[in-house]
Design a protein around this ligand. Sequence first.
Ligand SMILES: Cc1cn([C@H]2C[C@H](O)[C@@H](COP(=O)(O)OP(=O)(O)O[C@H]3O[C@H](C)C(=O)[C@H](O)[C@H]3O)O2)c(=O)[nH]c1=O
Length: 181
Amino acid sequence: MIVEQTQLEGCFIISPKVFLDDRGYFFESFNRETFKHHTGVSVDFVQDNQSKSSKGVLRGLHFQTGDFQQAKLVTVISGSVLDVSVDIRPNSPTFGKHFSIVLNETNKKQLFIPRGFAHGFLVLEDDTIFSYKCDNYYNKSAERGIIYNDHTLNIDWHFKTENLILSEKDTNLPTFESLFA
Ligand SMILES: Cc1cn([C@H]2C[C@H](O)[C@@H](COP(=O)(O)OP(=O)(O)O[C@H]3O[C@H](C)C(=O)[C@H](O)[C@H]3O)O2)c(=O)[nH]c1=O
């Protein structure tokens, strides 16, 4: 397992040790002790989520507020995404900054996103399966979001807008300024 720090404190890129043989591959997608040993973070995940999306789908930017904030360990099981995490911790030196990374079946990289972040991803291939562990339960009343093309965040999604597929909810999310100014 190789852990790389990002420029956002507490947000790590994880490259698991992958065992290849003539049957295919095996890797431990999460091991609490190994994770703590390499990152210094003790995390107790309580909920696993999975979504399947076509190319051009953009899910996010989402977060849960207050006591329902979630840390996430995200993995692409098949396909490919551009994954984006935004630091929305008010006292963070990187408040409002984001980190983007391509996660896919080939690189098998994972991203650990701590509490206090908004998260979203753009799907780069059809039939992409996105799987992630959360350290807090879903709470609909605590759900919030930031519009994906927010001018303050200025995220480069590397796509042509006419090919985007968003939920009704995600189309109408507020701006970063309106939430945090
Ligand atoms: C997140 C969630 C949703 N739901 C229900 C609520 C809706 O009826 C349905 C679809 O939810 P939504 O459209 O919010 O799904 P995504 O757009 O994939 O949301 C996720 O996308 C971004 C990228 C994230 O990081 C969040 O974890 C999560 O918000 O599943 C549940 O029952 N439990 C859950 O934990």
